[in-house]
Design a binder for this molecule. Structure first.
Ligand SMILES: Cc1cc2nc3c(=O)[nH]c(=O)nc-3n(C[C@H](O)[C@H](O)[C@H](O)COP(=O)(O)O)c2cc1C
Length: 199
């Protein structure tokens, strides 16, 4: 039975386009694999803190030397990393907010990129350690970024692909719903994206 980890980063609940698109991806995954279990990680109801000195101290102190304060500071990070390790498939909702990802998703990535745990440095450069997983990213935008002048301003898809690849998740499919702020596209944007899902 495969395990799907669904990461939510839009605070818009039932109105959220990235949640609707993520749910459509999960529906198709479960149509293929009805026994698949879904674990939800809602970053908006349980946000990861911005990295502070206490987090960094804990990250760079060997586990055997952790104080109680280090253990508390690293708790979010350890839980999130274990959750990803347990998952076979990630479905991440990534709306574009001010040309990039919501800050709750950036904070989450800051807690899961850990030297020696999710990536390591070698003589040949960094190597990701969370291998063998598949990720679908539900990217939703007000404008159009798949073609035309705005392609260069999409900092969502290159960043998400880069950070996931850095920790070893290289099999990444982007599912894009775009034009929600444009009268000619907003009615059809979600259905068009759902039709484009290829598992
Ligand atoms: C705070 C905020 C910032 C946004 N910034 C952008 C942007 O830079 N470019 C864009 O095309 N759309 C932008 N949008 C529109 C969203 O990307 C679009 O509405 C998307 O569907 C939101 O996904 P959600 O419904 O899952 O939150 C922004 C929306 C919000 C609420």
């Amino acid at each position: 039975m495969s395990k799907i980890l669904n990461i939510i980063s839009s605070p818009r609940g039932e109105a959220s386009n990235s949640i609707k698109l993520s749910n459509a991806i999960i529906e198709e995954l479960r149509a293929k694999d009805p026994g698949a279990a879904v674990q939800l990680r809602d970053l908006t109801s349980g946000p990861f803190p911005h990295l502070e000195e206490a987090h960094l101290n804990a990250f760079f102190t060997p586990a055997e030397n952790h104080t109680d304060a280090n253990k508390e500071a690293i708790r979010h990070s350890n839980e999130a990393i274990q959750e990803i390790m347990d998952a076979d498939v990630l479905v991440i909702g990534a709306p574009m907010y001010n040309f990039s990802i919501p800050s709750v998703l950036k904070s989450y990535f800051d807690h899961i990129a850990r030297a020696g745990i999710t990536f390591k440095y070698t003589a040949e450069g960094p190597v990701g350690l969370l291998t063998g997983k598949k990720a679908y990213i539900a990217v939703t935008t007000g404008g159009i970024y798949s073609s035309g002048d705005a392609v260069a301003y999409d900092f969502v898809t290159p960043y998400v692909k880069t950070i996931l690849g850095f920790i070893g998740i290289t099999d990444v499919t982007i599912v894009r719903a775009e034009g929600f702020a444009m009268a000619e596209f907003q009615e059809t944007a979600l259905d068009k994206a759902i039709d484009s899902i290829v598992l």
